[in-house]
Design a protein around this ligand. Structure first.
Ligand code: 5GP
Ligand code: MN
Length: 345
């Protein structure tokens, strides 16, 4: 764990002053509210600080940040590979935001492997495996957006954070804490939030943009998932929801529609581990959520090739949906002691 310290910011600033004109900000594939908010917030500041900045998102995403289309100079890699590759080749510095493992950028990884560029990592996932002298990683912090705020201030760029930048960063914070309901214990978080609001970020607008943009289809899919597809194992304090491709199609599924579904089973008294399985074109995408001591990221890393945070992780399976679910169910007995312990907290 490396906190953002003034010394490393000073040396980065000196290096950037001498070597950097063009910057690329990159996030993980399927960017969520924190990836989008942290990247746009940093991007706006970099532009005001005189750098030529471009944000590259590996894949398409729902427009969670209010006024997303009014932010300039961002692109989706899978929609414009050639142009994005050229911009990365011509850049002097890459910022990696909200991921700890180069595998998380999807198809962009192939390009990154060819580039020999200086990288700055700003992230809050455990155990980053990205090789750079500028590693700003802290798992105690609510979100990458909060880390970006801290970074911007320590770089001496606080004055460059305008209303658009503050809005983006507060979106990241509210998204990753689910409106201050987890990872939100530290008083520093609220100092950052206070500053962002003072700069004009409108928290009600952000809440609306993040959470009140349901389509009728999405709400019906959620109703179906909860009433027909949620399976509860009270004896293991665990539950899962699974959706087939056919079921998703029936509700006109769009990217982002199942965001947050995995959290609902955790609101059942006594449930401490929840898993959501979704059948994609070529694989099963899996989300894991847990409470307290139960390590969702270890469960995912050991059995479903993924990882993430202690209480919020992702993974995948190349088996059929049924096989993946059966595997998960069969694993529960060996976790009984851990699940029970957490349920008694
Ligand atoms: P989600 O369930 O929302 O897709 O992901 C939950 C958390 O786990 C996010 O912080 C995300 O970055 C991380 N995550 C999701 N999928 C993977 C994965 O395949 N590998 C790793 N290392 N982290 C993941
Ligand atoms: Mn995050």
């Amino acid at each position: 764990m490396t906190n953002i310290n003034v010394e490393s910011c000073k040396s980065l600033l000196a290096w950037m002053t001498d070597h950097v004109q063009k910057v690329v900000v990159l996030t993980h594939a399927n960017p969520d509210g924190d990836a989008l908010g942290s990247s746009l917030g940093l991007h706006v500041v970099l532009q005001h600080a005189g750098f030529q900045s471009t944000v590259i998102y590996p894949t398409e995403f729902p427009h969670l940040v209010p006024g997303m289309k009014d932010y300039r100079d961002w692109m989706v890699y899978e929609q414009n590979e050639a142009a994005a590759n050229k911009i990365m080749e011509e850049s002097d510095l890459l910022f990696y935001l909200d991921f700890n493992d180069p595998k998380r950028v999807g198809k962009v990884k192939k390009k990154l492997d060819q580039l020999k560029k200086m990288v700055v990592l700003i992230d809050h996932h455990p155990l980053p495996i990205i090789d750079t002298p500028f590693l700003f990683s802290d798992t105690q912090v609510s979100s990458t957006a909060e880390l970006v705020y801290d970074f911007v201030v320590k770089m001496g760029w606080g004055a460059m954070l305008d209303q658009a930048g503050a809005t983006a960063l507060l979106t990241g914070i509210i998204a990753d804490t689910a409106s201050f309901s987890h990872n939100a214990k530290r008083s520093e978080l609220y100092r950052a939030v206070s500053e962002l609001i003072a700069k004009g970020a409108d928290q009600l607008k952000i809440q609306k943009s993040l959470f009140n943009t349901n389509s009728a289809d999405r709400l019906r899919l959620l109703g179906f998932a909860l009433s027909e597809k949620m399976v509860i194992f009270p004896e293991y304090h665990a539950a899962y929801i699974s959706l087939t491709r056919e079921e998703l199609k029936r509700f006109n599924f769009k990217i982002g529609d199942t965001e947050g579904f995995v959290n609902y089973p955790l609101s059942i008294e006594g449930i401490v581990f929840s898993t959501f399985f979704m059948e994609n074109e070529d694989k099963i995408k899996i989300s894991f959520r847990s409470t307290g001591s139960f390590a969702a990221n270890e469960f995912s890393a050991q059995h479903f090739g993924g990882g993430g945070h202690h209480n919020a992780a992702g993974g995948e399976s190349r088996q059929s949906l049924k096989e993946a679910v059966d595997k998960w169910v069969a694993l529960l007995p060996q976790y009984l002691a851990d699940l029970k312990k957490e349920s008694q907290q």
